[in-house]
Design a protein around this ligand. Structure first.
Ligand SMILES: Nc1ncnc2c1ncn2[C@@H]1O[C@H](COP(=O)(O)OP(=O)(O)OP(=O)(O)O)[C@@H](O)[C@H]1O
Ligand SMILES: [Mg+2]
Length: 239
């Protein structure tokens, strides 16, 4: 579904993403992991059209999306959440989601209906009229997901959605992600919580200093020497 080929992104003298190729198949949940500064968010931004790549090509459903802007990429069915929730605190929960829904529909009534539908899906229906600022971290993460879902994507990019949540909240959020997949969503997520990754990912891709160093089944990848060395640390024991 998503094909990233030899993509590179530089910031001045720093190569944040170097010659990375990877794919995400339809209905798959792929986790992108790696140390801080490895280039995970940059790769998300390249896929989402926030940043142009300096080299390489990105295809979605067989068509090149290289060079398209965020609005066009949203229209073809890719949505993303932000590592740091980008919410307008004074806006109500439902209005925040409507902003996402209006990317696809010009009708306020349709956008409103869609917003309530996704709020129900993420478990925030009863908070619809509260200000976004009043939500807990877990609520804000769900709101980010709802706003992304409101654009009716076929693929969603989740940047550290379980960071900052306690264990029961993490499990509930992972359940939500599984539910999305059961409803035909394809998921690429960035995550530092290895337990969560093992719990949910079909496949793991590891970036280190901008380069892909591993790609495969979760347990196999987490046992690879390079991954342990670059990211997990030598005292890491796979549960
Ligand atoms: N807009 C930018 N301008 C300059 N440098 C940037 C920019 N965005 C990212 N970088 C640099 O690119 C590298 C990769 O950053 P990126 O945010 O993609 O890492 P990450 O893997 O998401 O890290 P983290 O786990 O901390 O979120 C870092 O060295 C970062 O400082
Ligand atoms: Mg990041």
């Amino acid at each position: 579904m998503l094909e990233v080929r030899n993509v590179e992104r530089r910031f001045g003298g720093l190569t944040a993403v170097r010659d990375v190729s990877m794919e995400v198949n339809k209905n798959e949940i792929v986790a992108l992991i790696g140390p801080n500064g490895a280039g995970k968010t940059t790769l998300f931004n390249l896929v989402a059209g926030v940043l142009p790549a300096n080299k390489g090509d990105i295809k979605f459903n067989g068509k090149s999306i290289t060079g398209l802007g965020t609005a066009q990429i949203c229209k073809i069915g890719i949505a993303r959440t932000f590592q740091i929730p980008q919410l307008f605190g004074s806006m109500s929960v439902v209005d925040t989601v409507m902003v996402g829904a209006l990317a696809c529909s010009r009708s306020i009534a349709v956008a409103r209906e869609r917003a309530f539908q996704v709020l129900e899906q993420v478990g925030l229906r009863d908070k619809a009229n509260q200000r976004s600022a009043t939500l807990t971290i877990s609520g804000k993460k769900r709101l980010e997901i709802a706003r992304a879902l409101a654009t009716q994507p076929s693929m969603i990019l989740l940047d550290e959605v379980v960071a900052g949540l306690n264990a029961p909240e993490v499990h509930k959020l992972l359940d939500l992600i599984r539910e999305l997949r059961a409803n035909d969503m394809t998921v690429l997520l960035v995550e530092h919580n290895i337990e969560a990754v093992l719990n949910i990912a079909d496949r793991i891709v590891v970036l280190d200093r901008g380069e892909k160093i591993a790609d495969g089944m979760p347990r196999e990848v987490l046992n690879q020497k390079e991954v342990v060395g670059a990211y997990l640390g030598d005292d890491y024991v796979l549960a």
